[in-house]
Design a binder for this molecule. Sequence first.
Ligand SMILES: [Zn+2]
Length: 173
Amino acid sequence: MSDKVSSQIDVATIDGDAVTDPWREFRLVERITLELSQSYKYSLGKYSRFFIELENRRFLATRCEACGKVYAPPRPLCPACLQPTAWTELSGEGAVETWSALHFSPASNADARALETPYVLVYVLLDGADTLFPHLLKTPPDQVRRGLRVRVVYSDEPVRHPIHLMYFVPIST
Ligand SMILES: [Zn+2]
């Protein structure tokens, strides 16, 4: 917790019987507003290399050497074979499988609040992958369709979470 604390004087009297109320001497209350913030460390664990390589403008997935399935987003363990996977690089190009246009941004964090509405979330089947990758597609909603070819763009802006080091844009034809 931080030491950032502010106080506002807010005094009220809570009603009570002036004669019989045993707490009559204590009905004047002051309310204060406190602000707490918290910083903590969160490990990205076995997924860390995916995020580290985004800063190097490389898009990594994982591949199961037993069954050959390629996971993007990466999975450290193949759920079918229960075998550890290996890192593999993809081009970062793929096709939209399904999508949503969102007209409200969640208030949950600053990255989300910064989104201009409407914005588009897509599931992309990346070339060489077997699973769908969900993320932001920066394009007007009326330009999105299933099968739209897209590519990863890497951001140079400061971000609050490394997943925002990337987003998708349509590949102009
Ligand atoms: Zn497998």
